[in-house]
Design a protein around this ligand. Structure first.
Ligand SMILES: *Cc1c(COP(=O)(O)O)cnc(C)c1O
Length: 421
């Protein structure tokens, strides 16, 4: 459920008409709903009710300061995957002891910054990384809390580019080598081994892969405890999928996911962390764009929008589907027609949808891409010297620009000319 609904024939974000935002900020833009962000966070928090737990929002999904602050004020921790994200989380007021640091390639500088600034734990992904964290901790005279990310060799049954839990993926250490790796970690004086981490992929639409992975984590917890490790925290990653279409094959709900966690891991008495990103932000955001031209091609009509692949890359990158709706609600019974919906970028990959049935649209009409809140704005670029599009946050009947569109001068002046030119 989200808070983007039609009222009196017009699409709203909470109590604000989308057309009003478009008039104020121009198109294209992203718009997020505070109520939807908070609702999704709350669903996870409630799903783990009764267990000692922390929901760490995977902020790579949508990392605007205003979004982080909204979630942090509701009690969310953060999962960060870079030094930049760590600083962003801190700037949004998230204390270090609510930040977990994931990622396969943490640099010495990033580790140093997080260790000196304060960190809940590092989710360590390799033995060389372990050595570096140990050395930096000793140098700083601190002890680094760590989990080791294990790769359970489970098929997440999702798009290949976002599956992370098979043995051929670059993530974590093979679960079969866990004993050896944990023994080594325990021998390093700069580290304190506190738990186990697993994250098998993103946009999972079934519980079964989670069940397989979490069952392996439960077995590993008991094994490592029997080997003398004080395993007391389990970080279960993110990955629960969202409905990108209105079809009825919706992914499992957070409450069902929570029940699975309790069933597979509840008996261990561990503190539980989860790292949802997409499910919190995905359906809390729209990308709004304007029709520039309607062009008749051979056997098809093209809807040419002012938004493009640089603004929302998911269709080009992951063959992702986004529902696209007219901001002015189509009259009941109006005949739809198929369009190829494209942006202005000079690549055929800049196609959002093919033969998509839409009500008749004309230049100047607004359309909204649903489910664009996660992996949307954060993956945008200025390809074709198209300015990064603004982000807007709605809260009831108020809205605020939370990232402005840069001017062309700002973009051009970011480049510097060498002396010899
Ligand atoms: C990307 C990522 C997440 C979030 O995944 P979602 O599918 O957005 O929930 C969580 N943990 C780690 C380690 C990740 O890389």
């Amino acid at each position: 459920m989200d808070h983007f609904l039609y009222s009196d024939g017009a699409l709203y974000a909470e109590d604000v008409p989308i057309s009003e935002i478009a008039a104020a900020v121009g198109t294209p833009f992203y718009v997020y709903s505070t109520a939807t962000l908070l609702r999704h966070f709350q669903l996870f928090d409630d799903a783990l009710d009764g267990m000692d737990h922390l929901v760490c929002y995977a902020m790579k999904a949508a990392s605007n300061q205003a979004i982080l602050k909204t979630l942090a004020q509701a009690g969310a921790g953060m999962d960060v995957v870079s030094g930049g994200e760590y600083l962003r989380a801190r700037a949004a007021g998230v204390p270090g002891d609510k930040i977990v640091f994931s990622g396969v390639g943490k640099t010495a500088d990033e580790i140093h910054a997080a260790l000196s600034g304060g960190i809940r734990q590092f989710n360590v992904e390799s033995e060389p990384e372990m050595e570096v964290i140990n050395a930096i901790a000793l140098e700083l005279g601190v002890v680094a809390p760590i989990t080791v990310r294990v790769n359970p060799d489970v098929d997440a049954k999702t798009h290949a580019k976002i599956a992370t839990g098979k043995s051929e993926n670059k993530f974590g250490i093979p679960i079969t080598r866990a004993s050896e790796v944990y023994a080594h970690a325990a021998s390093l004086p700069g580290l304190e081994v506190i738990g186990i981490d697993v994250h098998i992929g993103s946009q999972l639409t079934e519980l079964e892969p989670f069940e397989l992975a979490y069952t392996k984590v439960a077995e590993l917890t008991e094994k490592l405890r029997s080997e003398g490790h004080n395993i007391r925290r389990l970080d279960l990653g993110g990955g629960l999928g969202i409905p990108y279409t209105r079809a009825n094959d919706a992914p499992p709900l957070p409450v069902e996911y929570g029940a699975l966690i309790k069933k597979t891991l509840g008996h261990l008495g561990c503190e539980i962390e989860i790292e949802p990103g997409r499910l919190i932000a995905g359906n809390a955001g729209l990308m709004v764009s304007k029709v520039i031209y309607v062009k008749s091609g051979e056997g098809r009509d093209f809807l040419i929008l002012d938004g493009a692949m640089n603004d929302l890359i998911r269709p080009a990158m992951y063959e992702a589907h986004h529902d696209i709706v007219a901001v002015q609600e189509p009259a009941p019974g109006v005949e739809q027609q198929p369009y190829d919906i494209v942006g202005p970028v000079c690549e055929s990959g800049d196609t959002f949808a093919k033969e998509r049935n839409m009500p008749p649209l004309s230049p100047g009409d607004l359309v909204a891409f649903r489910s664009a809140g996660a992996y949307g704005a954060v993956m945008s670029s200025e390809y074709n010297t198209r300015p990064l599009i603004p982000e807007v946050l709605v809260h009831r009947d108020q809205f605020a620009v939370i990232r402005e569109r840069p001017s062309f001068d700002e973009i051009i002046n970011r480049d510097t000319i060498p002396e010899w030119l």
